[in-house]
Design a binder for this molecule. Structure first.
Ligand SMILES: Cc1cc2nc3c(=O)[nH]c(=O)nc-3n(C[C@H](O)[C@H](O)[C@H](O)COP(=O)(O)OP(=O)(O)OC[C@H]3O[C@@H](n4cnc5c(N)ncnc54)[C@H](O)[C@@H]3O)c2cc1C
Length: 381
């Protein structure tokens, strides 16, 4: 390994030179923060450090739902949080999606507004009726937050070939994207904005002095005037006192089916399970609620318990009449906490965090990058 002190003059004068703004984490939030800072500071030196050879957290692993909330999830949130808090999170998701789409363009990220659907199974008729009785309230609540009219409506389960489904609620304004294309397009935009991205560098800790922030990495020391930590569920390695925990999410993808006669994104069991089409494949994820403790981990593994639960759901509910073959599984690490609200705050005079994106970072990430850049800008002389 070549440590920073062994680099050439040219390398030291460019790649590792002292930054005005240094960001840890090349996920959606890190990239978005860098772009929002660039819009404010056209000539600043901005560097992003990433521990993996690819972004290695959640942003390249997720399901690509461009979503802001299913009916039962919103009702559940309203039981646990104040209306204002739920409203504010809803707005961040919606605003984030608008920034993402206008920044990257719908074609580049395969954005498709195919709507989303929440499923209620035969044994959940009570939950279905309870949710249905709140639809008018939810529609006006969402309209107040983001301006969409008649967001939710009941549709017939016969529209879909699923097994044992008693009711379906549609969200007319949710969509889906291609996660890999989103992250590649963001990277291209970052590079074309003269932002320096260094992969394979792990930050271990930092020190905020009066004049500078020292950043200690596995390759040596770097310096910056302001440090932004955008490592989501992995932030506790660097700042253990923050109320954020890693939360693994496991996913499977099927082999292409000869024919798939539905499309869109689907939520089930208050969002603990989710599935969608990717062309004629099915992506299915969830089941973290089966083992919250075991899934509080930063290890990119899959477990029998959750693989079996996902396989059963695929075969019995999603595709009961067609033979489906699972191609492979993967997992990603989210950041969660006792609140669904993200943490955007200063942890020392020149060090800031933008973390705890939960299961909705695709939606919120671009907005959180904007908020973090705004917070940092407010401290600039
Ligand atoms: C399986 C799965 C499905 C999901 N589905 C959806 C969905 O459909 N819709 C939705 O809105 N959201 C979804 N999410 C959530 C969403 O992906 C995340 O909220 C979002 O990607 C978080 O982005 P981020 O930039 O904050 O974090 P990350 O993408 O995790 O980025 C953090 C980066 O920091 C790097 N890093 C960490 N520690 C260090 C260190 N010490 N030094 C250097 N680099 C470091 C990591 O390698 C990583 O690349 C899903 C998540 C998962 C895992």
């Amino acid at each position: 390994m070549i440590t920073f002190d062994k680099l050439s003059f040219w390398e030291k004068d460019t790649y590792t030179a002292e930054a005005d703004f240094l960001i840890v984490g090349a996920g959606l939030v890190g990239y978005s923060t860098a772009l929002s800072l660039r819009a404010r500071y056209p000539h600043a030196k901005i560097t992003i450090l990433e521990r993996g050879y690819l972004p290695s957290g959640a942003s390249t692993k997720n399901a690509g739902f461009a979503c802001f909330g299913s009916p039962s999830e919103l009702l559940d949130d309203l039981e646990k949080m104040s209306e204002n808090e739920v409203l504010s999170i809803l707005q961040k998701r919606w605003d984030g999606l608008q920034i993402l789409r206008s920044r990257l363009g719908d074609a580049a990220i395969d954005f498709q507004e195919n709507a989303s659907f929440e499923l209620f199974r035969e044994g959940e008729k009570y939950e279905l009726e309870k949710t249905l009785s709140q639809i008018d309230f939810l529609n006006s609540f969402v309209e107040q937050a983001i301006g969409t009219k008649n967001t939710f409506e009941k549709v017939t389960p016969q529209l879909f070939p699923f097994g044992g489904v008693a009711g379906v609620l549609k969200n007319n304004y949710e969509g889906q994207i291609h996660t890999g294309k989103m992250m590649q397009k963001l990277y291209q935009l970052v590079i074309s904005n003269n932002i320096n991205v260094l992969f394979n560098i792990s930050v271990t800790h930092w020190e905020d002095t009066d004049t500078m922030v020292n950043i200690f990495t596995n390759h040596g020391l770097l310096k910056t005037k302001k440090l932004m930590i955008c490592t989501n569920g992995l932030v506790t390695n660097m700042i253990p006192s923050l109320p954020v925990q890693p939360a693994r999410a496991q996913v499977l993808i099927t082999k292409p089916l000869d024919k798939l006669n539905w499309k869109g994104t689907f939520h089930y069991d208050k969002g603990y399970y989710y599935f969608r089409n990717i062309n004629n494949r099915i992506l299915l994820g969830g089941g973290r609620n089966l083992d919250f403790e075991g899934e509080t981990t930063t290890a990119f593994d899959n477990t029998d318990l959750i693989q079996n639960a996902l396989t059963d759901l695929l075969e019995q509910v999603i595709s009961p009449k067609t033979n489906v073959e699972i191609d492979y599984f993967w997992s990603g690490i989210m950041g969660v906490g006792n609140s669904k609200a993200p943490l955007v705050e200063s942890v020392s005079p020149s060090v800031f965090v933008g973390v705890r994106m939960g299961g909705m970072g695709v939606a919120m990430g671009s907005k959180i990058g904007e908020e973090l850049a705004e917070l940092v800008a407010a401290t600039q002389p």
